[in-house]
Design a protein around this ligand. Structure first.
Ligand code: PA5
Length: 424
C-alpha cells in the first residue's frame, strides 16, 4: 500500500459512534460522486481522469519535452491558482526530477519579482508555457504580455512559434485567440475539470513533461489511487476516512486544520492542498480553515500557539517513510555541544523522533491528529497523494453540503480591481 492513515491520536476526540452517525451521508456522497448526482456534478471530470489519460498524450508530451530541452536551458511557467500551484508543488517536492530549471510568473503582480526574474534568464535559452483555463485571468494575462514582448525582442516573431506553448480551453478565452493567431502549439484543458483539480490534465502534464519530470510514473500513481479510492466500503477507503474524521472534528469545533510536515520539500504541496481545500469547502458561511506548517522550522515560531493556544485546531501530518539520502550525525571527540548521544544516528531517524515527540505533545495539549504516511518522496507516490486529497475533498465537501467544485467568492476582488483600473 502506497499510503496509510494513522488515526491513533484521534482517541477521545472522535468515536466510532460519530462515524456511525454520518455513515448514510458517506454512502450518499459516494454515490453522488460516482453517479454525478450531487452539487457541481458538471465538474467531476477529475474522478476518472487518471484512467482516461491516453498513452498517446504521454508519448506526445515526452517527445515534446525532449525537443524543448535540446534548445532550452530553462522553462518559464505562467499561471496562477490551479494553473500554478500543482506544477510548482511537484517540481519542488521531487527536488531533482526537473532536468531544467523552472521559473514561475503570473502568480503575483509584483514588479520587482518579474523584473529580477527576466534579468536572471535574459542570457538563457527559454521556452514559455502559459496556462490559463479561462484564458482571461488578469495576473497571468498581464505577465504573458510582458514575457511575450521580452521573448519577441530576444528571438523575433518567427522563432516564438517554437518557444511558446499554450494550455487553455478548447473553445473560448483570449489565450486561445492569441495561440490561434500566432500558431503557438496548444493543449486543451477538459471542460469538466476545475482549476484546483487540474494537475493531471495538460495544466500539469505539459510543463512537467517539458521540465523532464517522469509524467508516466506520475499518472500511474494517480491511476492506482483512482482504483483504490473508488471502493465504496468506508473501512477500506482511507480517502473517505480522512474526509469523515475531519468532518466530525469540524462539527466539534475544530475549525482549523494544520497540514504539518517535517520536510522542506512539502511546502508547496501544502500550498496546493490549501487551495484545494480552501476553495472547495470555504463557502456558504462554512469551511475548515486550511493552514500548514513545516517542522521543525515552524516549531520555533508557531510551536507555542500549537501547544498552548486556542483549542480550535486539528492537525494532519504527512510523513515519508524513507529519506532518499542518508546523512549521519558524526561523532565529535570534544563533544562540546553535548550531542554525542545522537552520534551515528541517521538524520532522518532524528526527524522521525521529532515527529513522534511533536504529535504526542500536541495531542496531550488538546490537538487531535491524523498521519498520512507515504513510503517515499517519489513521483508515483505524489501522483497518488494528489488524487487521495482530491477524492477526500469531494467527499468532505458533500458531507458539509456545499458545492465543492465552484468558487464564486474569488470573483469579488476581481470586480473591484477592474473598477479601480478603469476597465470598461
Ligand atoms: O481553482 C480555480 O479555479 C482558480 O484558482 C484558478 O485555477 C485560477 O484562478 C486560475 O484560473 P485560470 O486557469 O482560468 O487562469
Amino acid at each position: 500500500m502506497v499510503l496509510t492513515l494513522n488515526k491513533d491520536l484521534l482517541k477521545g476526540f472522535v468515536s466510532p459512534k460519530d462515524i456511525e452517525k454520518i455513515a448514510p451521508q458517506i454512502q450518499k456522497a459516494h454515490k453522488d460522486l460516482h453517479n454525478k448526482t450531487g452539487k457541481g456534478s458538471d465538474y467531476l471530470g477529475w474522478i476518472n481522469l487518471p484512467s482516461s489519460i491516453k498513452p498517446a498524450l504521454i508519448d506526445e508530451l515526452e517527445d515534446l519535452g525532449k525537443k524543448v530541452r535540446e534548445n532550452s536551458d530553462c522553462l518559464i511557467s505562467i499561471g496562477i491558482g490551479g494553473s500554478y500551484l500543482g506544477i510548482r508543488a511537484t517540481v519542488e517536492f521531487l527536488r531533482d526530477a526537473a532536468k531544467i530549471p523552472v521559473y514561475y510568473v503570473g502568480h503575483n503582480i509584483c514588479a520587482d519579482y518579474l523584473a529580477n526574474l527576466l534579468d536572471e534568464v535574459k542570457d538563457k535559452r527559454i521556452t514559455v508555457v502559459v496556462i490559463s483555463k479561462s484564458g482571461t485571468t488578469t495576473e497571468p494575462a498581464i505577465a504573458f504580455r510582458i514575457v511575450k514582448k521580452f521573448m519577441l525582442e530576444k528571438y523575433g516573431q518567427e522563432q516564438l512559434k517554437d518557444r511558446i506553448i499554450c494550455v487553455t480551453d478548447a473553445k473560448k478565452g483570449a489565450l486561445l485567440k492569441i495561440a490561434q493567431k500566432n500558431s503557438y502549439r496548444s493543449f486543451v484543458i477538459p471542460d469538466d475539470v476545475g482549476g484546483r483539480f487540474s494537475i493531471l490534465t495538460p495544466v500539469g502534464l505539459v510543463p512537467l513533461a517539458v521540465a523532464g519530470v517522469d509524467i508516466r510514473k506520475f499518472v500511474a500513481g494517480a491511476q492506482a489511487a483512482e482504483k483504490e479510492y473508488s471502493i465504496k466500503d468506508f473501512e477500506k477507503n482511507t480517502a473517505y476516512q480522512y474526509a469523515a474524521y475531519r468532518h466530525v472534528l469540524y462539527q466539534k469545533g475544530k475549525v482549523i486544520e494544520v497540514l504539518s510536515s517535517f520536510y522542506d520539500n512539502m511546502a508547496f504541496v501544502c500550498e496546493w492542498w490549501k487551495q484545494l481545500y480552501g476553495e472547495s469547502e470555504g463557502k456558504d458561511g462554512k469551511g475548515i480553515f486550511p493552514a500548514s506548517m513545516i517542522f521543525s522550522t515552524d516549531l520555533h515560531s508557531m510551536g507555542q500557539l500549537m501547544q498552548d493556544g486556542m483549542r480550535n485546531i486539528f492537525e494532519t501530518f504527512v510523513m515519508i517513510e524513507k529519506s532518499k539520502r542518508s546523512v549521519l550525525v558524526p561523532e565529535d571527540e570534544e563533544n562540546l555541544d553535548d550531542f554525542n548521544f545522537v552520534a551515528g544516528k541517521e538524520l532522518d531517524f532524528v526527524n522521525k523522533k521529532a515527529y513522534q515527540a511533536t504529535s504526542s505533545a500536541h495531542f496531550e495539549g488538546g490537538i487531535p491528529s491524523m498521519t498520512i504516511n507515504i513510503d517515499m518522496a517519489d513521483v508515483f507516490n505524489l501522483g497518488h497523494l494528489y488524487y487521495f486529497f482530491e477524492k477526500a475533498v469531494g467527499m468532505s465537501g458533500y458531507l458539509s453540503e456545499v458545492n465543492p467544485f465552484d468558487q464564486p467568492g474569488v470573483e469579488a476582488y476581481k470586480k473591484k480591481m477592474f473598477v479601480l483600473l478603469g476597465r470598461k
